[in-house]
Design a protein around this ligand. Structure first.
Ligand code: ADP
Ligand code: MG
Length: 380
């Protein structure tokens, strides 16, 4: 028997975080035949539907993190907000944790992250550490102020248009950035393994829900010129190389005045890469599993134009989740439906998503807009 093959089948993967990203990672790990353990504080979190085992525990519980890492051949995560100190200690002892906790430490702090990218020659918006309110004024309005740590889905980000907005400034440790009047927000998924092999996915457009500042539609491929596409891919790869990343990464970018700037990087599968499940030869979740286990990376070829729509919990609905319009949605040709299995819905909570494939991208966008109007997650 081929010895390598035998080892891979025995591989145990630990995932910190059992939300939708952990669930979809676990699905692909199971597809390859790996054993999956998930650490999450919620006993019936989405990933438990597919994982072999759950360790119930908090992301800052040192003992539980230690237990997971020690019983896994390789550990990864689906969320950035976890205790890195204990992970660094375990990593230094030789445990495989990807992306590395040292990289995660940089990503967790938006200021450190910007510094690494800037020093790596990556174009980023002009930025500065906030020392006092005087610094805010001197920086020049309009300003985007960001909490250094703990933010996600727009929480921890405020726009200060002028001096009159200074009372909206956040009071935690933060950085400020010039406000970019962007044409589009773009994203690129990049996979890299420990040997330095890199694969880049198509450039996509992220469209945001204005009310909640959450990305709610992704258009693949982005409707941009070839030259911008090349620029975005080059910058995305360079960013992950600057971070010495192993795993899959979501690189969020702004397109402004024919230039691409990096906004931030997610060290994990990303919402903007969900379309790859149906639309690419190797999806982001399988690619991540391959990258962290040292397997060769797969082709990222786009098989069809695609549009992904997030199913966010309806505004004013809280409680046991119910889906409205599912039969109608599934009768649309080329539509694929994903529900994460979260029992309770809340306004704007990410409950599922749909991906629509169509050889004509504009037609896929039209179908997606229709679906957004009638497919709803409400509370019973
Ligand atoms: N410098 C900027 N100029 C204009 N808009 C920005 C800027 N930085 C962030 N934004 C907007 O705020 C959103 C959230 O900011 P981001 O830094 O990505 O935080 P989060 O971690 O919450 O995703 C971005 O997707 C973008 O729409
Ligand atoms: Mg973001």
């Amino acid at each position: 028997m081929n010895r390598d093959h035998f080892d891979y089948l025995l591989m145990k993967i630990g995932i910190i975080g059992g939300g939708q990203l952990g669930k979809m990672m676990a699905q692909k790990a199971k597809k390859i035949g790996f054993y999956v353990t998930v650490l999450d504080p919620t006993p019936d979190c989405p990933a438990t539907q597919v994982a072999d085992k759950q360790v119930v525990g908090d992301f800052y519980d040192e003992n539980k993190l230690r237990e997971l890492v020690e019983e896994s051949d390789v550990t990864t995560y689906d969320i950035e907000h976890i205790d890195v100190e204990v992970l660094k200690e375990l990593f230094d002892k030789g445990h495989k944790i990807y992306p590395s906790p040292y990289l995660l430490d940089v990503i967790q702090d938006k200021l450190k992250q910007k510094d690494v990218l800037y020093k790596g020659g990556i174009p980023v918006p002009r930025y500065q550490k906030v020392e006092s309110s005087i610094c805010l004024e001197k920086f020049g309005f309009p300003i985007v102020q960001k909490a250094r740590k703990g933010g996600y889905d727009g929480r921890g980000v405020v726009v200060l248009r002028d001096k009159g907005d200074l009372d909206k400034a956040i009071k935690v440790e933060s950085l400020v950035e010039e406000f970019i009047d962007f044409e589009k927000e773009l994203a690129v998924m990049v996979a890299r393994n420990a040997k330095g092999e890199v694969r880049c996915y198509p450039v996509v457009e992220m469209v945001f829900d204005e009310r909640a500042n959450i990305c709610d539609m992704v258009i693949a491929p982005a409707r941009i010129e070839k030259e911008i596409e090349e620029q975005a891919k080059k910058i995305a790869i360079k960013s992950i190389e600057a971070l010495d990343g192993v795993g899959i990464f979501g690189v969020e970018m702004f397109l402004a005045k024919n230039k691409v700037l990096v906004n931030e990087i997610a060290p994990r599968p990303h919402n903007s890469g969900h379309y790859t499940i149906e639309a690419c030869l190797t999806c982001q979740f399988e690619q991540h599993v391959r990258a962290i286990t040292g397997l060769p990376l797969g082709s990222t070829k786009l098989l069809s134009p695609a549009v992904m729509v997030n199913l966010l919990g309806e505004e004013r609905c809280q409680g046991h989740s119910t889906i409205e319009g599912l039969n109608k949605a599934l009768s649309i040709s080329g539509l694929s439906f994903h529900f994460y299995g979260k029992k309770v819905t809340r306004p704007f909570r990410k409950m599922g998503h749909v991906t629509i494939l169509d050889e004509n991208l504009e037609r896929a966008i039209e179908k997606a807009k229709k679906v957004k109007d009638f497919l709803k997650v409400k509370a019973s």
